[in-house]
Design a protein around this ligand. Structure first.
Ligand code: NZQ
Ligand code: ZN
Length: 394
């Protein structure tokens, strides 16, 4: 096991009874705030009015940037950064899901930089070392952007969707009130839950020597999402289900579960190419790809992957029939996950079902490797391997 540093300085205000502190917290960073949000859900739900009331009670001056897209675009980052510069903004308040929060992270950095924000994604090495303070109000349990230092931005002109991270992008504070997710529709609840599951699996499936404690933590996290996502879809105002999904989303990706792991994530780079080329919902792409990826790595490196896939089947889905061989158990676990995505979360089973054909498979596979010979994950994946996984999803 490798040593590691663990530090998450984001302050979390969890629950409705904490929400009224929002105005004070934002005001502690200055008097001029850029309020960012997406396509309008916060106005329909009444959240916008509540937040404006809290900000106005502190005497803050508020500039607004609405209309941030799902799979947020570099144009929105540029616009927000410009508004910060022109308006002498002190702090950014992002209200929404991962798209609004991700976009706002790079707005915060762009406000402090003299370069075009796309430079950070084009070469992946230009440092991001300063940013305005960011406060978030999460409205969708999914990405964990509320408690991590990364974000993903799309450039439709170049068919690129690229991620970057930096310590200065971590939100200073995030307000997690499960009631703000009661209006999330079933499809977005499902896609967000698939994203939480994928973040956990990307870390859990590792050939590094694990900390047993972290494995059991992640198995519990997976069981939590599997239990509560269908409840939240059927009963959107179920507070217990929404609270569990919300806190799980943050902890799946806030670094706690990593425990010094060295391996790269595998499924996310493949999915980001699907979103870049077809603008699909991130969690949906992950739900289609993940079972196919599991079957592929099991076939490519059975010795390296079988023990962990058996452990997953047993500890997440309770598959422990002694009559089954290890291989049968591993496959039963993969089948159970796919069935959960398709039958319980009602997500599309294949790329064909969402009108994606093989036209760009080779190009996407090359790009997913980011100029490396392979994705160095649970099992290394070459571009040829990735094409096979895409094809298995047809
Ligand atoms: O835009 P509005 O009108 O707000 O509607 C949104 C949007 O249409 C809607 N929504 C959000 N909260 C709602 C609501 N509708 C009703 N009631 C509410 N309370 O949901 C739709 C999707 O929102 P979005 O923010 O796009 O979803 P999500 O949170 O899944 O974010 C996805 C983005 O995050 C990136 C993804 O790639 C994608 O671009 N990711 C960010 C990560 C990170 N920062 O660490 C990691 C992830 O792996 C992921 O890549
Ligand atoms: Zn994700």
């Amino acid at each position: 096991m490798n040593g590691f540093v663990y530090s998450i300085p984001t302050t979390i205000y969890f629950g409705d009874d904490q929400f009224d502190k929002l105005g004070e917290v934002v005001a502690s960073y200055g008097s001029c705030v850029l309020l960012t949000y997406g396509g309008g859900s916060i106005k329909r739900t009444g959240l916008y009015d509540r937040i404006m009331g809290l900000l106005q009670a502190q005497g803050l001056s508020v500039i607004e940037l609405g209309g941030i897209e799902p799979n947020p675009r570099i144009a929105s980052v540029r616009r927000g950064a410009q508004m910060c510069k022109e308006g002498n903004v002190d702090v950014v308040l992002a209200v929404g899901g991962g798209s609004t929060i991700d976009c706002s992270k790079f707005i915060c950095a762009g406000a402090k930089a003299d370069r075009d924000p796309w430079d950070w994604f084009a070469d992946k090495t230009t440092p991001i070392d300063d940013a305005l303070p960011l406060v978030t109000v999460l409205t969708l349990a999914a990405t964990g952007s509320e408690m991590d230092s990364g974000g993903v931005i799309s450039n439709p002109e170049t068919h690129q969707k690229e991620g970057r991270g930096a310590a200065c992008l971590l939100p200073k504070a995030s307000f997690l009130d499960p009631q703000n997710t009661y209006t999330v529709p079933p499809f977005q609840t499902a896609a967000g839950s698939a994203d939480i599951i994928s973040h956990t699996c990307e870390t859990y499936f590792s050939q590094d020597k694990d900390l047993y404690f972290l494995d059991t933590f992640m198995e519990g996290l997976l069981r939590t999402v599997i239990k509560f996502a269908p409840i939240a879809m059927a009963d959107p105002a179920n507070g217990e289900a929404r609270a569990n999904l919300m806190w799980a989303s943050s902890w799946a990706i806030n670094g706690f579960a990593d425990g010094g792991k060295t391996q790269a994530w595998s499924v996310h780079p493949m999915e980001h190419e699907l979103s870049a080329f077809y603008d699909i919902t991130h969690g949906l792409g992950l739900a289609i790809l993940t079972p196919a990826w599991m079957r592929f790595v099991l076939a490519k490196d059975p010795d390296g992957t079988l023990p962990k896939l058996v452990q997953f089947a047993q500890n997440v889905f309770g598959i422990d029939d002694p009559a089954l061989s290890d291989l049968e158990r591993a496959n039963a676990g993969i089948d159970a996950l796919q069935s959960f995505f398709v039958n319980d979360l009602k997500l599309a089973p294949t790329l064909t079902a969402i009108d994606i054909d093989d036209e760009h498979f080779e190009q996407m596979a090359e790009k997913a490797c980011h100029k490396n010979p392979a994705i160095a994950g649970f099992v290394d994946l070459t571009p040829q391997d990735i094409v096979k996984i895409y094809k298995a999803c047809q």
